[in-house]
Design a protein around this ligand. Structure first.
Ligand code: FAD
Length: 286
């Protein structure tokens, strides 16, 4: 099933994201997490992709295919292009198609300081147009409520997002944010620019101190004072911090659904216990 068809007026699509284990762990470690996440019965589960463009690493394809085949839950495979040639991308697309994957989140990926980027697909919009030309995949794109770090300005970032949508992205998934007003402002600017595809809000439950330091350094999300106070108060109490982080995510989601957001994409961090607590807090609103 194409994920774009899950979006219907008046309904919020609830989806999850998982990531393949790093090379020191067997793939089965994520299968245990997926067993718990599948019990939530999300609309779909997306599976991240390393920015390396390494053909030998088929874990995204394997995991996405496992989700579909074992649980009958729709899967979306992420695919990055910054370090991939056209041949690499063809290889991955053939692999996805052969394994029944119909949905791809087309991404540029981050620049790696130690790797010269390949130039076949400089932007995600180039990858999107290429995949669209193949005709058999539904394509999603990433978007940034607080503007992508490389963008010259918020206006340029929105213009570039419009290029991606025009190239064939049928729905968008947002970067994580902790301040819903940033999301509402972004959504308004995107709609004003003529971006009319469904947008899912990316929500990351923060359940430990290390996670917040890493995530915020990477994506530059702004932190409302309510969030900062919570982190400071509970930073040395892991149990309390986990509960507070879950409550914060639920609060964000309730507000987003009340404001008619079309999708919630929960960065589930391969943690079914946390994802289930959040889902149970909001399931009656979906
Ligand atoms: P782009 O859309 O190409 O945008 C990157 C920058 O280029 C922006 O500043 C944009 O304004 C600019 N730009 C875009 N198009 C043009 C154009 N035509 N002309 C000029 N400038 C342009 N990374 C991974 O490695 N693996 C993953 O699985 C992964 N999953 C993600 C999932 C989500 C929902 C999100 C939000 C991010 C994810 N990322 C992932 C991170 C992502 O790869 C990085 O944020 C990367 O830096 C940008 O990718 P993009 O697809 O948004 O790039």
């Amino acid at each position: 099933m194409k994920i774009k068809d899950l979006y219907t007026p008046g309904r919020t699509v609830f989806s999850l994201e998982v990531f393949p284990p790093n090379k020191n762990f067997p793939i089965e470690t994520v299968y245990d997490a997926i067993e718990g996440l599948a019990a939530i019965n999300p609309a779909y589960i997306s599976v991240t992709y390393g920015a390396g463009g390494n053909r030998a690493n088929r874990s995204t394809c394997e995991i996405a295919s496992h989700i579909k085949k074992k649980y009958g839950i729709e899967a979306m495979a992420h695919l990055t292009c910054i370090n991939s040639t056209r041949d690499d991308v063809d290889f991955m697309l053939d692999d996805f198609a052969a394994n029944g994957i119909e949905n791809i989140l087309a991404l540029r990926g981050d620049n790696k300081p130690d790797e010269e980027p390949k130039n076949d697909f400089p932007h995600a919009s180039d990858l999107t147009a290429y995949i669209a030309s193949k005709g058999n995949f539904d394509i999603a794109g990433a978007c940034y409520p607080e503007t992508h770090v490389d963008a010259e300005s918020a206006e340029e970032d929105i213009k570039n997002l419009k290029i991606k949508v025009d190239a064939g992205a049928s729905h968008l998934v947002s970067q994580l944010f902790f301040d819903n007003s940033c999301y509402y402002d972004f959504e308004k600017r995107a709609r004003a620019a003529g971006i009319d595809v469904p947008i899912a809000a990316g929500i990351m439950p923060v359940t430990n101190k290390k996670q917040i330091e890493r995530m915020v350094t990477l994506c530059g999300a702004s932190l409302p004072s309510k969030f900062v106070k919570m982190m400071q108060k509970y930073e040395n109490d892991p149990e309390a911090l986990r509960s507070a982080g879950i409550a914060y995510a639920i609060d964000q989601i309730v507000d987003l659904i009340s404001n008619d957001v079309q999708g919630i994409h929960l960065y589930a961090m391969n943690n079914p216990a946390v994802a289930s607590r959040i889902y149970n807090g909001i399931k009656d609103l979906l």
